[in-house]
Design a protein around this ligand. Structure first.
Ligand SMILES: [Zn+2]
Length: 197
């Protein structure tokens, strides 16, 4: 996929992002010591992210309104994922936003009777809005994750200042990346040395 090679994610990938684009979307924004990082910082970046994940054809335009919709879905999905982790109800707006994205389903099946053939199942694509279709796929993926067998593995990184979400590859995993794990271990080491003095 050329687009992905042209726009490689400039960061480590948290466990679960490879199999769940909704998780990858949520983790496109997080604070860093050098300042907030946002992989969808403008319309061009948002478009590159969608194209790089095969959610949008390279020739499709994606401007400010579309990138704002993508960022709004990112916030709504994060609210739902965190609600699951914290077992606390998400805001009504987050639910509305995800439901609105789901309603833009890219295709629906229809069934017809054709004489001489019988039942014919066809796919109808009512949406002429490719960005809406991409958002609906991301929302679907999020709902699949939240309602599927892996939902219990969803966790937030335990490193201070990190808000990335990931799927625990094993029960004891607490960090989204080796980088965060090393950072916490280094901080503990430093704190221990400080205490000795
Ligand atoms: Zn982390």
């Amino acid at each position: 996929m050329d687009a992905a090679r042209r726009h490689p994610p400039p960061r480590t990938v948290a466990p679960g992002e490879d199999s769940h684009l909704s998780l990858a979307l949520i983790n496109t924004a997080f604070p860093r010591p050098s300042g907030p990082f946002d992989e969808l910082s403008d319309a061009g970046a948002a478009r590159a992210w969608l194209v790089g994940r095969d959610l949008l054809a390279p020739e499709v335009a994606c401007g400010e309104p579309e990138s704002a919709r993508l960022c709004a879905l990112r916030e709504a999905l994060r609210a739902l994922f965190e609600a699951l982790i914290e077992e606390a109800a998400p805001g009504a707006e987050a639910l509305e936003s995800v439901n609105a994205a789901l309603a833009q389903a890219p295709g629906v099946r229809t069934v017809h009777w054709t004489d001489g053939v019988g039942l014919v199942v066809a796919e109808r694509r009512p949406g002429a809005d490719p960005v809406a279709a991409a958002l609906s796929r991301l929302a679907e993926d999020g709902v699949d994750l939240l309602s599927g067998g892996e939902a219990g593995k969803l966790a937030r990184c335990g490193a201070r200042g990190c808000v990335r979400l990931f799927l625990r590859s094993h029960a004891a995993r607490r960090w989204c990346s080796d980088r965060c794990g090393n950072r916490v271990r280094a901080a503990r080491h430093y704190a221990g040395r400080g205490g000795d003095r």
